[in-house]
Structure formats: C-alpha cells, structure tokens
Design a protein around this ligand. Structure first.
Ligand SMILES: Cc1cc2nc3c(=O)[nH]c(=O)nc-3n(C[C@H](O)[C@H](O)[C@H](O)COP(=O)(O)OP(=O)(O)OC[C@H]3O[C@@H](n4cnc5c(N)ncnc54)[C@H](O)[C@@H]3O)c2cc1C
Length: 379
C-alpha cells in the first residue's frame, strides 16, 4: 500500500480484515496530506454514481467508531444541513444540486422565512432561498485516517511512515513491489493510494492517469458562541477545475483561485470551520494567499456575525481530482491497483473504495457497479 491518507488507511484496514498481509508506506506522517487537512464532513454526494460507495463508507465509519483506538468524533446521527442560495444566480444553480441530493434518497424541504429564522436565527435575512436536508455527519478526518491504519496494524499490518516509495518494482509486465529509500519491498499486489502524487509512480510504466492536484483552503474562527446549529452551505454547484495553460501563466502570472463554495461547519467547542476554494496546484506553496479573505467574505455574507469572530487559523490541502470528479479504482496492471482521484469526497467515499479494492485483490465480484471508477475510462 503506497500512501497513508484516508484511502490507503481504509484499504489497509479492509484488506487486513479479510486476512491479507499488508505493508503500508507513507512518506510523511499518516494523514499528512489532504486527509488530515480537510473539512471532515460526510455529506450526501450529488453524483448518483457515488451514492452506494458513499453510503457504505458512512456505515463503516459508524460501525468502527466504538472500536477505533482514538476518538473519530463522528456524529452518530446527522447534524442536518441548511442549504442557501444567496441571490437569483445561486437560486438557478441550486435546483440541480438539490434535485441530485433528493435523488439520493434525502428529503429536501424548502424553508420559508419563518422556518429559516427558527432553524438558523443568525443567517442573513435577505437570502434568495433556503432548504433543509436531514443529512451531514461531522468527524475528525485525521483521527479517522489514523484509526483505520491502527486497526489494520492491530491485525498485523506493518505501517512504515517517513518512508517514500520511489518507484514501482517490475518483472516484465508484472509489478512486484516498490523501491523505497531503505530498499525493496516485494508484494503480490501494490495499491497506489498516493493522492495527487500518484501519477508520478505510474508514469515510468507508461500509464497516464489524469489526476490533478486541486488546492483548497479552510479558515477556522471562534465567534465566542455558536452562531449556527447545522451545517450551513451554499447550494451552487462547483465548476470543473482545469489544468493551467503555460501561455496563460506567461501572460498573466500564476492564476488566482476561483470556484468558491461556502460551508460553515460548527464544532462542538463553539468554533466554526469555513471552507473552501478550488484551484489547480502549481507550486508547493500557495499561489494565491488571498484566498482566506474571499472564503471569509462569502461566509460573512451568509452569517453576518461571523465578521466579529476571532480568526484562529487557516490552512490548505491538495485534493486529488479527476476530470469527472469520480475516483480511479481498480487494476491497472498485473500486481498493480490504483485508488485515488477522490477530489472533494475522499472521506465520503473512503471505506467503500476499500471494499472495492479488496474485491479486486481477492478476485471477487465488485460489491457495487465499479464501471464509473474504471481507471482507464479517459483513455
Ligand atoms: C479544503 C478541503 C476540504 C475538504 N473537505 C472534505 C470533506 O469535508 N469531506 C470529504 O470527503 N473530503 C474532503 N476533502 C477531500 C479529501 O481531503 C480528499 O479527497 C482525501 O483526503 C484524499 O485522500 P487520499 O488518501 O487519496 O490522499 P492524501 O490524503 O493526499 O494521501 C496520500 C498520501 O500519500 C503519501 N504519498 C504520496 N506519495 C508517496 C510516495 N511516493 N510514497 C509514500 N507515500 C506517498 C502522501 O504523503 C499522503 O499522505 C477536502 C479537501 C480539501 C483540500
């Protein structure tokens, strides 16, 4: 297993649960990528192809919450989500989002002014529309990742952190392991779950996987008292993130972030986590450090009293994103599987991904339709 994010950890846990012998290599710490730096939400996916993989994932996280070796702090029941459209433009876009959520089996009810004030008294009064969906679980994503890895370790998995997989080992057309800074690790199957860094391992074998790193920012604030009771989010869909053209950079410099969607996520301690943004990742450090400003501006438009909150921290993570925002899960060569490209939904779909990976490793029928996740669908 290459990668100690949510996907690698979930795969290690599932594979050891089924009796496989697993070694996981992580070049930094467990959960040091986006898996430890994300918003920590399980919310219903809008893409119907993801409904089953997502609901299996949630069921698994709820099932392991008690046995997890550290608290993963998952809401046992949904906290509920208030979707808002800020203006007429947002209202038009919200229709698709809410129809998709409704198609996933979640009841969507429109909130009139009185119902909105009752549900969320601190929201701006001049929003174009609002809806309630009885869905949305909060959890600690770093703790979940570590818990899954430790559960795997308790069944014999070897977890090697601060160890890079430098290359895949091959014997003819077959992959037989990885080369690390400490030498070779041989394996019957290698699963690459290295997030946005995965393509680098495949390239020397002539395998091209269209996974783009997409940076997203979060801001944490302390308003002194809880200002929202549910998840509060804008209902507009996100635009696709395209690779940046060299000519555009030559003409205009590194691009500014675009594609902001607001989610205000209340923590039990009264603080709130606010996200997020989307922009192609070009440099190790942020191309556009002004993004937290826009993230906060959008959130204050919805919850005006956030303007008085103390800003306590801000950080970013890199999502592994495919062109259709569905993950790549499956076999790419003898002895080699990929599990990455989960975009904004790696936590939402992590444990279901692991079930699919395990079915491929053990040569079983997939637990659900795997065709939307075919690694070669863009070829
Ligand atoms: C701001 C933001 C908010 C988000 N909010 C949510 C949310 O609320 N819900 C949700 O479901 N998703 C959310 N996401 C998306 C989610 O974080 C990602 O989909 C998920 O973390 C991807 O997990 P991963 O294991 O594929 O990748 P990563 O977490 O990147 O893990 C890959 C690991 O592989 C390691 N690695 C890389 N190369 C090598 C190598 N050669 N050898 C060894 N190790 C290697 C890396 O160090 C890294 O730890 C959010 C993302 C961002 C940025």
């Amino acid at each position: 297993m290459v990668g100690g994010g949510i996907i690698g950890a979930a795969c290690a846990e599932e594979l050891t649960r089924r009796g496989a012998s697993v070694t996981l290599v992580e070049r930094n710490e467990l959960a040091s990528g986006a898996s430890g730096r994300n918003q920590g939400l399980w919310v219903p996916p809008e893409d119907p192809a993801l409904h089953e993989i997502a609901s299996r994932s949630l069921a698994h996280y709820l099932a392991i919450a008690d046995e997890a070796p550290l608290p993963i702090r998952i809401d046992p029941r949904p906290i509920g989500t208030v979707f808002v459209a800020v203006d007429e433009e947002g209202l038009a876009e919200a229709t698709d989002t809410l129809a998709a959520i409704s198609a996933g089996g979640f009841a969507v009810s429109e909130l009139d002014d009185a119902a909105l004030v009752k549900a969320e008294p601190e929201l701006a009064r001049d929003l174009a529309a609002a809806w309630f969906v009885d869905a949305g679980h909060r959890l600690d994503p770093a703790a979940l990742t570590i818990a899954l890895a430790l559960l795997a370790a308790s069944r014999g998995a070897v977890i090697r952190h601060h160890l890079s997989a430098r290359a895949l080992l091959t014997d003819g057309d077959r992959v037989t392991g990885v080369v690390t800074d400490e030498g070779k690790i041989e394996a019957d199957e290698v699963v690459v779950a290295a997030g946005p860094w995965s393509p680098r391992l495949f390239e020397p074998l002539g395998i091209e996987l269209p996974v783009l790193g997409v940076r997203g920012w979060l801001v944490r604030v302390d308003p002194g008292e809880p200002l929202v009771r549910h998840l509060v989010r804008t209902a507009e869909g996100n635009g696709a993130v395209a690779a940046v053209r060299a000519g555009d950079v030559a003409r205009g410099g590194l691009p500014a972030s675009d594609g902001y969607g607001s989610i205000v996520h209340p923590h039990d301690d009264g603080t709130a986590l606010i996200g997020s943004s989307r922009a192609a990742w070009l440099t190790p450090e942020p191309e556009d450090p002004s993004v937290p400003r826009q993230v906060l501006t959008n959130a204050i438009r919805i919850v005006p009293r956030l303007a008085d909150a103390v800003m306590t921290s801000s950080w970013w993570g890199l999502r592994p994103m495919t062109p259709d925002e569905r993950p790549l899960i499956g076999r790419v060569r003898d002895g080699l599987l990929v599990a990455t490209g989960h975009g904004s939904e790696g936590v939402i779909n992590g444990a279901g991904t692991a079930e699919l990976v395990a079915s491929v490793v053990f040569g079983e029928r997939p637990p659900f339709d795997a065709s939307p996740f075919d690694p070669f669908r863009f070829a």
